[in-house]
Design a protein. Sequence first.
Lengths: 687, 358
Amino acid sequence: MKITYSWIKELVGVTLSPESLADKLSMAGLSVELLERVGDDWVYHIEVTSNRPDWLSVNGIVREIAAITNAKMKKYQVSGIRCQVETKKNLTHLSIDVEDHKDCAFYYGNLIAGVKVGPSPEWLKKRLQALGMRPVNNIVDITNYCLMETGQPLHAFDLDKITDSTIIVRRAKKGELIGLLDGTQRNLNEHMLVIADAARPIAVAGIMGGSGTEVCDKTANILLESAYFDPVVVRRASRMLGVPTDSSYRFERGVDVPTVKKALARATEMMIEIAGGVLVYTGQAGKAPAQKSKKISFCLSEALDTLGMEMTPAQAKNIFRKLGFILSGGKDRFLVEVPTTRRDIKIPEDLSEELVRVWGYDKIPLTAPAIKPFILETPVIQALEAAVKGMLTKMGLKEALTYSLTGEDDYKKTAIEFSDSPVELENPLTRDYRILRPTLIPSLLNCVSYNVNHNNKDLEFFEISRVFSSKNKQDVHEAQSLALVLCGDRRSAWSRESRAYTLFDLKGIIEAMLDELRIKQYEARKSDALPFAEKDTGCEIAAGKDVLATICKVSGAVLRAWGIKGKVDVFAAEVSLESLARRSDLKNSYTQVVSIPSVVRDVSVLAGQNASYGRIKAIIEAKGAGLVRSVYLADTYTGREVAAGQLGLTITIEYGSSQKTLTDEEVNSVHTKILEALSAELSLKIR
Amino acid sequence: MSVDYSYIAAEAKSQIEAASDKAAIEGLRIKYLGRKGVLQDHMAKIPELAPEERRAYGSGLNDLKNNISAWLAEKEAALGVAAPPSAAGYVDVTLPGKKPVLGRLHPLTQVEGQICDIFCRLGFKVFKGPEVETEHNNFVALNIPLEHPSRDAFDTFYIKKCQVSGVRCQEKAHDIGNMTQETLLLRSHTSPAQIRAMKAAEPPMAVIMPGRVYRPDAVDASHSFMFHQVEGIAVDAQIRFSDLKGVLIAFAREMFGKDTKLRFRPSFFPFTEPSAEVDISCFLCKAKGCPACKKSGWIEILGCGMMHPHVLRSGGYDTKKWRGFAFGMGVERIAMLKFGVNDIRLFFENDMRFLEQF
């Protein structure tokens, strides 16, 4: 909403400077976004909140200024004299019919005959221009002027272009067409309310007039419309058509019932004065509902207790009276009668706001709140998320945040095909942001692509975010997911000591995380289920039926699709925080440190397809007879003596007992059994 | 055969002590420890010995070798000659340290964490709601009627409904006539979490609710269709607007500095009554006027108010017994101000050179 300083001064005896007035308005809730100097005047750009349609007019703002500055309103009145109907003119009578009064409670039409259409007088043009409106001609300018002044949208039709002098307010028929004043042709439907003549729609009610009945230079006779259209109906049509106008903006918020008639009289008067002509007929369909003023029982002490501030009954009542409320009753408890313009005031809390708004929020003291302890259990997943973020940053990873909305292309590039249809938006901004992602991997690859192409080749990223799926296609399931990517080198400050990341760096990060969460029962196994994995690199870490994590090296084809060029390897993993939460144990407890020395023996074997490290380790642990303290990998090797498809492993077994120091014989006996088991069960050759 | 090493030892020691420079030390090192040195000569004799003598002979030689090495190093150090690079030699302390690569949380996570931490110290607990919400929780329960202009501030992404018996049941998103309360959407603010938190906890209670929110805004330097908010409510029998002011000033002083001032301006939010917008005194220019505060000295930072009775009822709380205050703020806005980031898109590009600065 825009208003000029000169216009304000014309209507209210305000003595504040333009700047102080702007400040005063902002602090009373009429937020002045901009105070603009235009010529010798000032234009206020005021952001009017949706609860205050009464501020969408000059009159409304002036009323508020009078209340908050104690200034006097200057008398403004419609003389009414010129609005007498002159029946001498022999003009046809106008028939007005409203099909459904739910859509349009009442409709007034004034016929003004013999107008002379031309440019508006300078003062009127200037005033409209200051508010950013383009002057058209005197008739149209007067409707716009009255809209700004009173808040009531009006429309002028060229009476001679209306078929059969008939106005029907009705729902549009599906497929009906109308050419609007903005030059567009619109397809209407039954949700939209139109003003029609005997033949066709001539305006979309409350939104915009049609070009077929546009007032032009040759227009001599005018139908001036002022009506009350249903806010929801106008809002719906305006949104369906994608045409928001000054008019629809006000109808949506609800116009003031008594003003509908007052604004019509005001505009009629101005037209007669400025464009000549005479009022020859006033028509009407429906009746303005009787205005029952709302009465709210208000308890001042309760209100002040909630606000935590002090104010005397006299001060409070003075504020209410200035705002136009009528009071009756006692000192502390009284009845507040709300003016018809204030449809936002419904409950005592609304009245409290009026008090503090005018009195000033700065008058409320600061108090130390007593926030009491209460019970709200933190879900495991919430604690887990915080713990995992801590671990991953300790391990050197950076947290990325990427958009939850993705497009089909992201999945195509990542070679992912959906088995179930993903969760989609009904009204996406673009195709690229249409799908609520079921996995974080494409987003992180996008992130790698961006960085590699900006010359950051060594990357370690993770993201924890929601992923979405729809099982029965009715509900949306939301889960917490963690994804990680490694790319390029594990950097060292001495650059030659940097080395390329491997699959096992990523797997190590995940294993370290599982250790920290005290998840012990899991196994790593090959997985062919990752469509973006390079052949034979897919791995899943599972605990029973739960897949905790998937890890792989990303295939060259997928890297190329993402535009990740150059010689970099990318490793990606995704972890289900839900399944970690089911198995993790965030409670820690101390285990006695063993001080009895252990004995270490190495085993060198050639592992292969059917004798993986995982199986070897499992056999060692099974045959350890409680004397194996730990099994770890010392080294891997390849060379002339290692055939293709095999990998040389040196495995260190640490033997020890919690009771006593083991003798050589005891160790040798277990170790031999383990070696025998390895050759028997896995046909391994021990070197 | 027994060998007396004491003579060799004594001679070596006196010669080493007499050495006056690096070259002399190096010469003695070669003389005694070199490949054709004195000790090597004796080593070569080991195979000639009877097996039972070898051990004593060898270990004696070994001790001697260690002693001579130690005397050489000692003398070398005394002469101020640094150790050769290969062994205990020259150390260039100006070489760069081997800094470990540090991990980092995203700046938005850091700011969100700071905000939540401050409120948690004041007695709030963190509560997180889902990002896909019902239209009821996102609007109706929060006193935002469907098809009402107060919804204009909350443009919303809707979830496409599935196909039921081959017919798309929600053909058009904008067919507002067909909206039901079961309609799902991406929450356009964190406020629906208020409703869930109230259902999860008995009053008195105080929760802080961070999270991602979505609005169909075209992306530019200051708009993003996905962003983060933190929302808080506190409900108690006697809680007051003055308490809200007290909590917010405590927050602002911790977050933006101890001299921070607050300014409350009347505003409108459907879910609070009375409502206010809160400005903080500009911490960048100390309220002198800068581009960030548009020369006003004030920066708009959050919205707040007393919880509307409709909202308390939606959460299942008895409005005769309980009242509450609520506030909410944008994480990106605060992060942009605090770090001097001038383009919201930087947060979601994840350029390593950006992320490594926080």
